[in-house]
Write a protein that binds this ligand. Structure first.
Ligand SMILES: NC(=O)c1ccc[n+]([C@@H]2O[C@H](COP(=O)([O-])OP(=O)(O)OC[C@H]3O[C@@H](n4cnc5c(N)ncnc54)[C@H](OP(=O)(O)O)[C@@H]3O)[C@@H](O)[C@H]2O)c1
Length: 294
């Protein structure tokens, strides 16, 4: 059976419209931790038609989290302990905070069956940490998603441990593509991914905030200035993605000598704005490397 992405609305599904020959996704996906990221992924998987609600399970000790998850992803089964997930899910997604990972892994290590794939989205928890806690043959994939997954516009990168197969990677890619885009990278690259697309939304929020502030300072109502700044960021990003042209080329196209844009870019250059954003990614990457070393 072909999966029909054409009736769905989120960004990833639009991105997937060209895919003709995806096989049916029959596996169950169980989330240990039913917080914001798990909810976004589960909703994406169900709304895109990748899985039915019956194929999704989640557990969380927090009643509030369970209720929010069940409200947003209608028809799924939600539990207060992880046992049903560990015993029933084909793909076990560890969507918990890094601080609780060791106790969850301890539990998982004694229960995991050979057919199960373990996927961790916990920031900074390395494949070797997970591998050491699980049986030698366990198949594990580590994912670095970003917050725009919550609105179906995410970009995630993933990396597999040596036992994980091509089919496992493809399954994870399909789950992640239900909330955006997904790329496989080496685990070493995940720190740079964390510094760029993981922390990056905050950097772009800073751009939006500062541009909106400038607009308000020059007479626009604050609310309108914020909308103009946010939509401008989105539109510019879409220009890069849709045209395939480099940011330099696109910038040159809108910069005429003596005009307004060049005056603004000169002000940015004087304040070393471009270098500052590059440095933000470098420093965030180094911090991720430090955190990974414990
Ligand atoms: N949000 C992002 O943009 C983002 C981006 C990249 C990576 N991540 C990673 O994704 C993971 C989840 O993030 P999130 O934002 O979804 O966090 P979250 O909203 O706090 O969700 C985590 C949930 O797990 C629950 N939990 C705690 N112990 C548990 C256990 N033993 N078994 C099952 N559930 C348990 C928590 O309950 P309590 O609140 O009661 O503890 C909470 O409801 C984190 O590791 C984070 O590093 C998130």
């Amino acid at each position: 059976m072909l999966i029909d992405f054409s009736t769905t609305t989120n960004a990833s599904n639009k991105a997937n419209n060209g895919i003709q020959a995806l096989s049916e996704f029959t596996k169950s996906v169980g989330f240990v931790g039913a917080g914001r990221m798990a909810t976004a992924l589960a909703r994406g998987c169900v709304e895109s038609g990748l899985v039915s609600a019956e194929q999704v399970l989640a557990s969380d000790p927090s009643l509030e989290a369970r209720q929010a998850f069940a409200e947003q992803v209608a028809g799924v089964e939600v539990f207060d302990t992880s046992e049903p997930i560990l015993s029933r899910a084909d793909i076990i997604v560890l969507a918990i905070k890094p601080q609780v990972m060791s106790s969850v892994l301890e539990n998982l290590g004694s229960q995991i069956a050979e057919h199960q794939l373990v996927v961790s989205i916990a920031a900074g928890v390395t494949l070797s940490t997970i591998t050491e806690a699980l049986p030698a043959k366990a198949r594990i994939i580590r994912v670095m998603p970003n917050t725009p997954c919550l609105v179906g516009e995410g970009v995630s990168c993933f990396s597999r441990a040596k036992e994980a197969t091509d089919e496992d990677a493809e399954d994870v890619r399909r789950v992640l593509e239900s909330v955006g885009h997904a790329y496989e990278v080496t685990e070493e690259q995940l720190d740079a991914v964390t510094g760029l697309s993981g922390s990056g939304p905050a950097f772009i929020y800073q751009v939006i905030e500062s541009m909106a502030k400038g607009g308000a300072q020059m007479g626009l109502p604050a609310e309108l200035a914020l909308k103009l700044a946010a939509q401008t960021a989105r539109g510019a990003a879409q220009m890069v993605l849709a045209t395939g042209r480099s940011p330099i080329e696109l910038r040159e196209q809108v910069t005429s000598p003596g005009g307004t844009t060049v005056a603004g870019l000169d002000a940015l250059a004087k304040l070393r704005g471009a270098e500052a954003f590059c440095e933000a990614v470098v420093v965030a990457t180094r911090r991720s490397q430090e955190l990974g070393r414990g």
